[in-house]
Design a protein around this ligand. Structure first.
Ligand SMILES: [Zn+2]
Length: 169
């Protein structure tokens, strides 16, 4: 291998290790904005049902989340890292039994396509910690036509009158 080939080989490495999660804004103590914890760390921090959905690709039973009925003004944040994901102004009643939104907050989510169903559906994750939140479909209301179908157990609701919690580090 000559020098040029070696350089090409070395510069090819970063492309292989870039995580699938898009960068979020920088957070304290986390210069690139991401929070990388192992599954074991999350398992120790989160209730079992939230861990199963967020980091074990689970889906909660339809109709099981109290957040289905949450109609107050406020912000829905990631239950793992507390990153703000949805504003209550974009929540709507989809009739599916899962909290549904027609638009996420800017830079809230990262997506990948999930082929476990017969038709591909797009799975999305918290952009900061990579926790699995739900799936997005193209049958939502105006103005976006999108339906972000979210597991309630993967979210926490913060009423507008309360301060958002500091991001988990
Ligand atoms: Zn998160």
């Amino acid at each position: 291998m000559d020098r040029r080939q070696t350089l090409r080989w070395l510069t090819g490495i970063p492309a292989l290790i870039i995580p699938a999660v898009a960068p979020g804004p920088a957070a304290a103590g986390d210069p690139d904005g991401r929070l990388n914890k192992s599954k074991a760390e999350w398992a120790a921090l989160l209730p079992a049902d939230a861990f199963h959905v967020l980091f074990d690709e689970g889906t909660e039973r339809a109709g099981s989340s109290p957040l289905n009925h949450e109609k107050r003004d406020g912000t829905f944040i990631c239950a793992a890292c507390y990153w703000p994901l949805f504003d209550s102004s974009t929540k709507y009643e989809s009739g599916t039994g899962w909290p549904s939104f027609w638009e996420p907050l800017p830079r809230a989510l990262a997506t990948k396509t999930d082929f476990r169903l017969i038709y591909p559906r797009t799975e999305y994750h918290c952009a900061r910690c990579g926790g699995h939140q739900g799936h997005v479909f193209n049958d939502g209301p105006k103005p976006t036509g999108k339906r972000y179908c979210n597991n309630g157990v993967a979210l926490l609701f913060v009423p507008r009158s309360e301060k958002l919690p500091d991001l988990r580090t």
